[in-house]
Design a binder for this molecule. Sequence first.
Ligand code: OGA
Ligand code: MN
Length: 330
Amino acid sequence: MYGSDSVNDDSERTAFRKTEKKYKLYYDSNSRSSKKKKQPRPVDLSEVIDFKSILESFARDGDLPTGVSKLDYHFDGPLFCLDDWPGFYFIPAALNIEEQCRWIKESLVSFPQPPNRTNHNAHYGAIHDLFNAAKNRQVLVKEEIISGEDNSIAVDLRWSTLGLQFDWSKRSYNVSLPHNKIPDALCQLAKKMAAPAMAVGEEFQPEAAIVNYFGSGDMLGGHLDDMEADWSKPIVSMSLGCKAIFLLGGKSRNDEPLAMFLRSGDIVLMSGEARERFHGVPRIFTDTENAEIVSLEKQFSDEDDICYLEYIKTSRININIRVLLFSLKN
Ligand code: OGA
Ligand code: MN
């Protein structure tokens, strides 16, 4: 996962950085409390665009807020775009609950399997059956004590890569690394979802996917995905698990970003001009009221699924699927 902005004084002052700080999870320590329990600092969410409520009011009376348009596409539900942000598409609740569960399980169990690389490769080499091992608390588990109030055991998995492998140490794709093809079902899903952002007659051909795993307090700092050769092709980005805030900025970090919620099952497409915009995830929500994962929790209520339930209660997974159009010279 990308770190937050490389911290120098300038980045502290950009509009993107300010908005990131506005939404980031901070804890207020209440020194008067005998338990010294830290509380998440309340944050004003009134300016965060909420495509779920936009969808609901649209379904109710056909109204859309200014600047938001609906595209007719052959999905079950509508697809929204922002008039002033061409190339950006939002598909609320694109994945039903069964599909969400499926991709959560795959993200935890099969995607991190070698030869796919994960953040653990650099330190430990390839590890098989990471999630099962962690489930049994044998390896790679860490006691995550978040401000003394959360003792959940979490797999310290930050990212895994599918298809052509992204080398995080060099921030570039390395075609010589061994890799499996992206699972066909994921390719098919990405193709279907990417279609509205493709030129007529062209099909999205996924070559690589990066899977990000977020725990409480994690963020994805503002960045551009600029390692792919052809920016006209969309990145298909799926959200699973706890709700998050996504920032969509401008071509400079000095442009003020828009904030919007990303929920489990939402899909975002970034293509064309939107590929040139800084974006990031300043926080996820793991509290019951804001995480909005009740239906996922119900779905994982079987005893066999308890490990997924425990994981997802405090986590978010993002799968972003890309076309590289690799010139194969690197
Ligand atoms: C990325 C990215 C967004 C998200 O991994 O490049 O922008 O929603 N992810 O997590
Ligand atoms: Mn990105």
